[in-house]
Design a protein around this ligand. Structure first.
Ligand code: XMP
Length: 539
């Protein structure tokens, strides 16, 4: 099967490049950017190499690729740092920008396309023309860079320029080498998919042969080969990911082998534990261990208001309870530990493939002594760790997971604790649970003109309880109630997000229903920040 190799230099969006290409039906493999590339890594199925972005600079600590990539004859595409890396390695110059360029920036390639076509009388001219056919003459790209090319490497020419006057697209005149200063993989880049597709199919001449069925088949056979008859313990959070991971295990192994453990931390959404139990039983779970530990979590959170301190306290307690409860189960030493970790969990915790991604928030589901020990012993199973959320949903549907579960919006491991700003108390959890349930119920009930529920239109929606109260009036009486923020975003994968543009009427009616039904809420606001610069969760 044709394959594209992606060298990861630590960009937050590397996996997204792989995702986009896999969506086009072409298999991708991501390797650390500085991997030694032996004959196997550059086997005949590899049709092209992409060099990803990076938070580093080429003249600083930025990693370098194996020089073989410049001799192997394969098409190369450098994205952001990848373009700067190629320029630096091949004799050009990269220097810091006076001011970092960030976000949406216009790019023009007009003129270059015609020129590319007229140069099409040699193989590389022809490939350049095919590559440039993916671009609109003028489009909005998405950039995030602090360096720029101040001198192109010999043989390269500028085929596109940013509205700020810097090289945005470069092509080599004799070799199938290309570079982009922007990120075609992010959804906010106009014609980004077309550009990647022009490289994959036009330049690399890949044939599409990669499907979700193929992925599931491969994961299932590797699960069977690795696990054999050993028991497996899956830590369930109640969300789509761990439920789909559970479905994969239950549909691949004997149901007696599969132990599922779920902690009710008291930080769950309304009726969550009941729903989790029902969906897992419907999937054939026989050993479902539900641990009720609300008291312990609320105790650990008492007096804490700083976000990372709260996350740490929750993470630590998870570990303590996990170890205690796992020991209580008495599984034999050789059991495997499974988690529904997604690739986004790994990258946002700075544990992506390239080891260089920066920490944004600590996700407690990534590291614990139990998980680390099991990982060291080669006994960790993370069957979804190369997938993004919407791909997990596709796997879930394919495995017959209930549509209600598959459609469910993501929910963070630390639960309501990161949606109650400041100190968490049971009273606040109850208030938020009620308000959130009303909000979600309204979104499921309300339809777009095309007949789709707002809940399905929105990638993630939830309510946040702010640590402030404001004055209001209810039935001629002064009311001093909590302020609630509603969040609703559209996204492809949670890496970037836009605010959902509600009809005003919907927001007004939802707000009224919440303030009328939840006595302690006095005021409702709508969060209108995109990601970046904000994150999706508030803490
Ligand atoms: P942020 O807030 O980082 O969220 O923009 C991106 C996505 O990740 C979810 N999220 C978490 N998921 N453990 C998780 O399992 C966590 O600690 C965590 N923090 C954020 C968030 O809900 C969104 O879908």
């Amino acid at each position: 099967m044709d394959k594209i190799l992606i060298l990861d230099f630590g960009s937050q969006t590397t996996q997204l490049i792989g995702r986009r290409i896999r969506d086009m039906g072409v298999y991708t493999e991501i390797m650390p950017g500085d991997s030694a590339l032996g004959a196997e890594a550059l086997g005949p199925e590899v049709k092209g190499i992409i060099l990803s972005g990076s938070p580093e600079s080429v003249y600083d600590q930025g990693a370098a690729p194996d020089k073989k990539i410049y001799d192997c004859g394969l098409p190369l595409l450098g994205i952001c740092y990848g373009l700067q890396r190629m320029t630096h390695d091949l004799g050009g110059k990269v220097e810091p920008l006076p001011k970092r360029e960030y976000g949406r920036i216009g790019v023009k390639v007009a003129g270059s396309k015609e020129q590319g076509a007229s140069n099409g009388n040699n193989v590389c001219g022809e490939l350049a023309a095919k590559f440039l056919s993916g671009f609109k003459d003028s489009f909005i790209a998405w950039m995030s860079h602090g360096d720029t090319l101040t001198k192109l490497a010999p043989g390269f020419k500028e085929a596109g320029t940013s509205d700020t006057g810097y090289p945005a697209v470069i092509v080599h005149e004799e070799k199938p080498w290309f570079g982009l200063q922007f990120h075609p993989e992010v959804t906010h880049c106009e014609c980004g998919n077309e550009i990647l597709s022009a490289f994959i199919f036009g330049v690399c001449a890949c044939t599409a042969g990669w499907t979700m069925e193929h992925y599931v088949e491969e994961v299932r056979s590797s699960l069977t080969a690795r696990i054999g008859n050993s028991p497996v313990l899956l830590l369930i959070s109640g969300g789509v990911d761990s439920t789909v991971a559970g479905a994969l295990l239950l549909k691949t192994l004997q149901s007696d082998q599969v132990h599922l453990m779920y902690m009710d931390t008291g930080l769950m959404r309304k009726d969550e534990t009941k729903a989790v139990k029902a969906s897992l039983e419907q999937l054939g779970a026989r050993h479902l261990h539900i641990v009720m530990c609300e008291e312990e979590f609320l105790g650990a959170l008492k007096g804490l208001s700083e976000p990372e301190a709260k996350r740490r306290a929750i993470g630590d307690l998870f570990i303590t309870i996990q170890e205690r409860e796992v020991a209580r189960l008495g599984l034999p030493e050789h059991y495997f530990l499974a988690q529904g970790t997604l690739y986004t969990d790994l990258i946002e915790s700075g544990k992506g493939v390239g080891k260089k991604a920066h920490l944004i928030k600590s996700h407690h589901n990534v590291g614990s002594p139990l998980v680390d020990a099991k990982r060291k012993a080669g006994k960790i199973i993370e069957p979804l760790d190369r997938l993004y959320k919407d791909e997990v949903r596709r796997v879930g549907r394919f495995l017959g997971v209930d549509e209600d579960v598959v459609r469910r919006h993501p929910f963070p491991g630390p639960g309501l604790a990161v949606r109650i700003l400041g100190e968490v108390t049971r009273e606040k959890c109850d208030i938020l649970r009620e308000a959130d349930a009303i909000y979600i119920e309204e979104l499921k009930r309300r339809k777009t003109p095309a007949g789709r529920s707002l809940y399905d239109e929105i990638w993630q929606a939830f309510a946040v309880l702010l640590p402030i109260r404001s004055v209001g009036v209810a039935g001629d009486v002064r009311k001093y109630g909590w302020v609630l923020a509603l969040r609703a975003i559209t996204s492809a994968d949670g890496m970037t997000a836009d605010v959902y543009p509600f009809e005003t009427k919907d927001l007004l009616e939802i707000s009224t229903r919440i303030t009328n039904s939840v006595q302690d809420i006095g005021r409702v606001t709508y969060d209108i920040s995109s990601k970046p610069p904000a994150t999706i969760e508030w803490e």
